[in-house]
Design a protein. Sequence first.
Length: 227
Amino acid sequence: MIRMESVTKRYPDGTVAVDRLSLEIPDRSITVLVGPSGCGKTTTLRMINRMVEPTEGTISLDGADLQQQPVTTLRRSMGYVIQNAGLFQHRTILDNIATVPRMIGWGKQKSRERAAELMERVGLDASLGKRYPYQLSGGQQQRVGVARALAADPPVLLMDEPFSAVDPVVRKGLQDELLRIQDELGKTIVFVTHDIDEAVKLGSMVAVMRTGGRLAQFAPPAELLSD
Ligand code: ADP
Ligand code: ADP
């Protein structure tokens, strides 16, 4: 479990992005952070993998304070997916995914096999492996982003508006795919979106944040109060 206790992030210019946020993110399910632009969702997500350090409060993973863990160990246990996939433009799709197992010391052949298996897992045809990112649609690129984040088999996946830049029909397909992957692999997923419908569809738990970085509600979708 990821536990945040009264976490505040104040950026050097004085902006309070997250204000005394307490959250318990359960294992093996999808927790969605939802709220308007600027309410602190990305900052919250980035504090979980220590791309951003909290100003106050503590964050723990399975009972151990994140501050006590080497950042490299932490990052390995957390896949990260962003809006435009962030793929290496000069590498093929297969190499984009295989890079991750390579970095953690798998051999070349085994890494490529792992990448091919992950392409299948996220619904990408094997023939796309030889292409470059610019030769794929936005939705396909996001699938590659998900495959790459899964490549080292991390227990946790952090996803920052991963499907926001694709059209609604493709987005629905990606959401369905994510639910299937979650069901099959049982990852702990923290998913950021500004779209309440997406939050309700994907989340086992939904954290509604409001401007100023405060938590307004934390509940299963069926128990959210409308306002
Ligand atoms: P969201 O993901 O909900 O859009 P963010 O976490 O990106 O929100 O931002 C929360 C607030 O912190 C916003 O007011 C934003 O402008 C501010 N902010 C984000 N990053 C920085 C930064 N590096 N320095 C100063 N302010 C920042
Ligand atoms: P499954 O197909 O059982 O759901 P995965 O897709 O996670 O499992 O893994 C597929 C293959 O890759 C398995 O043979 C597994 O042992 C291997 N594998 C996955 N992650 C790792 C890892 N971090 N280190 C070593 N081998 C791994």
